[in-house]
Write a protein that binds this ligand. Structure first.
Ligand code: PLP
Length: 224
């Protein structure tokens, strides 16, 4: 089974990267990004012990969520339209793509109506790319000040994507900058900073070396 071999390779790379940085590999959570995967492959990943899965579109996730075991922790990782917030809060354990104040307002309202608190990561557009969503690093403090007081939201960390680089090594400065931003805001009042979610198939080893404790891996896990 390709998924088993892929996961073994990914785990080995995570371990090597963690050791290189003097970190415990056990503190790094793999989120299996299943957006392009078949149900059979997701089940294979589940049977190998993975429990955190990421989806970026509600329409595609719905069917998988209802067909797969109830103890899967689904992470929403895509750009979230306000009219989808209610359902996403119900079906996902965490929204990793909180990228604007208006969305925070919608999540807060929906969570309070459901008598819940929604764990969220703030998405940071670390390289200030036009093509990407997320806050500019310099906007993060004001954003945290505004959102940390909302009772329906608990900010649990940051999510970021490095620019697409031919050589993964080129992503390092961006991950370093994210780590710095995370450390700077680690004790922001009213938040519970726990996750630094960064690193994908091409660059997760660099992200782990630079301090990621959550990596989001799709193609490298589910490719044949
Ligand atoms: C698709 C996606 C990933 C996984 O990307 P791969 O390169 O396939 O590992 C991670 N994070 C987000 C936000 C994504 O949309």
């Amino acid at each position: 089974m390709a998924v088993a071999e892929n996961l073994a390779r990914i785990k080995r790379e995570i371990r090597l990267a963690a050791e290189k940085a003097g970190r415990d590999p056990g503190e790094i959570t793999v989120v299996a990004v299943s957006k392009g995967a078949t149900l059979a492959d997701i089940k294979a990943a589940y049977s190998l012990g993975l429990r955190d899965f990421g989806e970026n579109r509600l329409q595609d996730a719905r069917q998988k969520i209802s067909a797969l075991p109830g103890d899967i922790r689904w992470h929403f990782i895509g750009h979230l339209q306000s009219n989808k917030v209610k359902e996403v809060i119900r079906s996902f354990v965490q929204i990793q793509s909180l990228d604007r104040l208006s969305l925070a307002g919608k999540i807060n309202k929906a969570a309070l109506e459901a008598g819940a608190t929604c764990p969220c990561l703030v998405q940071v557009n670390i390289a200030a790319e036009k093509s990407k969503f997320g806050l500019r690093p310099e906007e993060v403090k004001d954003f945290l000040a505004a959102v940390s007081v909302l009772k329906g939201i608990k900010i649990r960390g940051f999510m970021a994507m490095a620019p697409l680089c031919r050589d993964p090594e080129e992503t390092r400065p961006y991950f370093k900058a994210m780590r710095r931003l995370y450390e700077d805001n680690k004790n922001f009042p009213g938040t519970d900073m726990t996750f630094l979610s960064m690193g994908m198939s091409n660059d997760f080893h660099i992200a782990v070396e630079e301090g990621a404790n959550m990596v989001r891996i799709g193609s490298k896990l589910f490719s044949n």
